[in-house]
Design a binder for this molecule. Sequence first.
Ligand code: F3S
Length: 426
Amino acid sequence: MRLTEQEKRMRDGDEGDAVAAAMDLLIRYGDALGAERLVETRNVAGTMTQPSPAKAALVAEGGWERAFAVINLDSDRTLDIPPMRVPTCQLQHGFGADAEGLTAYPVQNIRMQDEAESYFTDRGVTVLATCTPYQVGNVPARDEHCAWMESSAVVYANSVLGARTNCEGAASTGAASLTGKIPYWGNHVPENRYATHHVSAEIDVADFREWGMLGYFVGEAVQEARPAVTGRLHAAGDSNLKHFGAATATSGGVEIYHLPGVTPEAPTLEAAFGGRSPVEPIRYGKRERAAVYETLNAQGTSTDVDFVLLGCPHASLEQVAEIAQLLDGRRLSTSAQLWVMLPRALAAESLRAGWTRTIMRAGGHVLTDSCPAMSRAAPPGTRVMATDSAKQAHYLPAILGIEAWFGTTAECVDAALTGRWRGELA
Ligand code: F3S
């Protein structure tokens, strides 16, 4: 890879051993990818604070310095970690104190995460603790080069915001945070952002469930390619696009999509294809929709629901308001638990708006920082879950060995109130 003089100095240790290790990692990573150079970034979203047994062992050996050096810089030495060179945020991590007592999630993990937060905030990391950093203050500008992890956040940043990021890992984001550099390849390169596939929705797609199902279909159809989606699309707002993108990255590995007339790099379908003629569309109609619904509900057999999970990706204020409205003045079934996951910064707003009080009065919980898939924990004894998230319906049965139902937010709230799944595809 071609390096600038400044990058060579970083590699040679002029800015300390940790920066040299970070630059060494980026050079090896860029070479493996075939990147010709690095690009500057001032927006890193990674993970350092998430507890794990491997991390606990490293911390015991040599403190958080050692854990960061090994996991985030791929070094076998214990290094002094300087302050982050560029703005860096922590994405979702493990459950925090608000989940204590609700799950079998180990209390020592919560304590370890508190320690990690204190160590990394001292070094300039902003602990947003969410898979939706774009909801709570980290909103990159169009064409801004970023180094982000978390597939649902990456696809949102590329597609809805027009920022440029690949789906990075713990090590590349760690190295980017100390250098302000990331390899210039993949989604950073304009030509690699044009659509390759065209999906046409021939039925109305207008609410959260329908956007999630369309996303799941698109991901399965195009896998890691770049779809442009046209057709009878309505209400393409933040919450629906958040669900759509997360679903495309769940059944497939979509990192960027275009909605002509909606997303910033696709004023037209032709523009989405970089001026080339669009390819023959893949059709999404009634039959395809029914097949997606069946797949997402394939893990449900018992209609006795004991756990309802809402807020994947972490809920928006609009979603929390809807949930509170559906629960207002009502009481959950004694056999069901309800968790609503959202970013901690939005939890403060939910509290202020009175939605948290309404949800808690009904018997539900508003939780932050994590989710059952990330922390591998649900209420003890959970056998059957209901969710309005295509991503959780896809992953959680395998992660926790439970059954899952997928439906609308209202159907899920109904399941929490009655303890029964009564969802259906109208
Ligand atoms: Fe976020 Fe967990 Fe879903 S991290 S995207 S709520 S699987």
